[in-house]
Write a new protein. Sequence first.
Length: 653
Amino acid sequence: MNLNNIDESTLNKAEKIETRQPHLQKGMSPVRILLGLVLAGAAFIWLSAGSEAPDFARFLLPAGILALTFLVARVNRNSLDSFGRTSPKGGRVKDNLMLASAVFEATSEGIMITDADNNIVSVNSAFTTITGYSSAEVFGKNPSLLRSERHDDAFFNKMWNVLLRDGRWDGEMWNCRRNGEVFATWMSITAIHDEQGNVRNYVGILADIDRRKKAEEEAQYRIKTDVLTGLVNRRAMMRELRQTLILMHGSDRQAALFNININNFRFLNESLGSAGGDQLLVVAAQRIRNSVTDECLVSRIGGDEFAVLVPSVDGPETCRELAMKIRSAIASPMKLSGQEERLTVMTNIGVVISPDYGVEAEDLFRKADIAGTYAKKNGKDGIALFDDGMDRQARERLVIESRLRKSLENEEFKIHYQPKVDLRSGFVVGMEALVRWEDPEQGMVSPDKFIPIAEETGLIEPLGEWVLGSACKQAKQWLDDGLPPLHLSVNLSARQLQSDTIAEDILRTVADSGFDPGHLDLEITESAIMTDTAKSIAVIEALGKEGITFAIDDFGTGYSSLSYLKNLPISALKIDRTFVNDIETHKESARLAAAILALGQSLNLKVIAEGVETERQLAFLKQHWCDEIQGFIFAKPLPPEEFKALLIEGKRL
C-alpha cells in the first residue's frame, strides 16, 4: 500500500465513511498521528543509544507504531481518496493522509507493510536505503528475503507465536542486506485488524542498530581483553579463576595459577622504545600461549606481568615442568623489527597451587605474586612454587616496610663508620659510612633485611640522601675539629643511580654540608651500572667533573662487560668479601682475588679488600699488592664517638 497513490473515487468513498463514522475523524487527528510519530521516533532514538536508553522506550515504540498505522488500518485501498476536495471534513482527512504519507517517506527507520499473507505491499525510502533492496525488488515478496543465518527456525516460530497472540512483537534481529552483509536491527512488527478482527496487514519497522551493536561489542571486548596482546585482562582472568574454584569445590582436583614477569622490562622498554617494548610483549604473549594447552587461560594482567590459569594439574612437579617450558620458550632469542641483534628475554615465574594454598581468587593472585618475587631473588632457575614460608616472609616484609617509613619520618637511623686502612703505611686513610637501624620495637635490624626492602619500595632514595648529607656534615665537623682529612665513602644504590635528578641532588647535598667533593667516593655495584648503562655513564661523568670519585663495590660478582672500566672515571675496585673469606680454604677464590688485584694494577686502579678478618687473609693481600683493606682485623663499623676516638688515638694496622 502506497499512500502517494490516491484516486478521486477513493476520496469520495472515504468522505462518506467519515460522514457515517465521525469517530474516525478523531482517530485520524493530525495531533494524534503526530503524537504517535513523536513517540515512535523518541523510542527509536533511545533504543539506538544502547545502554543509555530508558526502560520505558520499548513501550513507547508500539504506541507510536499503532498511532502511525491506525490510519492505514481504518482507511484501506477502497476508502482512500483526496477526501472531499470541496468538503471541509474531506479536506481535513486529505491533509491527514498527506501528512501520514510524508512521514512514511521521511522517517529514518525502515517501514515495511505486508498483506495478510505476509507479502510485501509497500516499503518506504528508508527501508531501501537500509536494506539495499528497491521497492520493485521486494514487492510481493516475503520478508524472509532479509533473513540471516544468525537465527534458527525456533526463533521465528517463537516470534510468530507472540505476534499472533499479542498482535505485536519487538526485539533485536539480525537481518541481511542485499549485498549479503549481516547487520543488527531493532524490529517491531504490529498486526493491523479490520472491523471483523481479521488481520489485514502487518507493519514492520526496523531501526539499523548495527553501528551501536558493534560499538557495544567493541566495548565488551575491551572490558575483558588486553588490546595490545589480545589476551584476556586481569578482570576477566579473575572472573574465570573464581568460576574454576567454584567448580573445583568438593572435588579432589587441583588447579594452578602462574605469575610471569619479564626481567628488567623497564630497561628493555627504554632501550627499545615504546613500540619495541610493545612488540616484545606481543611476542612473549604468543610464546606463553603456544606453551600451554587450550584448556589453560593466558592473561596479561598489567605492564610486563602475565598470568596463566591451569584448571587441572597433577602436582608440584607438573607445575615446575610447565614453568620451565614457558620460561624456555620466552628465553629463545627473538628478532624484533628494527633491531639488528636477536634479544634474549629472561623471566621470573611464581606458581601457587589450589586448594593446597588457597581457594579465594584474590588470595591466590597475591600468593602467585609473592612466589614470583621470591623467584626473582632466590630462585636458582627463576621459578618458585609458593609455600607458607614465603607468606611469612612477605608479611614480615610488610611490617618492616611500615616501620621503615615511620623511622624515616622520626629520623631513627644512625650512621656507623668503618675505617679504610692503607696497607703500606698502616694508617687510616678513609671511612665508609654504613647506615644502621635500631627499631624501637625490634631492636637492631640487619641491613640485609631492610636495605633490599628500601630499594624495592623507593625508600632508598630519601634514606640515601639522608645518609649522604649526615655523613658529609660529620666528616666536615671532624675536619673543623682538627682531625686529619679522610676520604668518605658512601654507597649509591641502583635505584638512586637511575633517578633523573641524582647528580644535581648529590651536588646540592654535598654543597649544603660544606664538605669537599674531592674527598667523596661513591660506591656502586656492577649491576647498578648495567641497569641503564647510558644513564649511569652520564651521572658518573657529571659528578666526576666536580671531583667526586667512584669505586665498583662487590667487584667480580656481576655478569657484565669490563669495558666500563676503561670508559668511566672509576678510581677503585672493591673485592667482594665472599672472595676474601674463602682465600684460605678455596683455591679458586684465591685465584679470583689475585686476578682482580692484577687487573686493578694493570688499569692503574686502587684495589680495596673488604671483610678482612684473619692474619692469613691479610698476608695474602699484602703479597699481591692490595692497596687498602676494611674488616674486623682492624675495626668493626663504629658509631661517630668511637670512630673519632680511634682517629685521635692514631691507631695503626
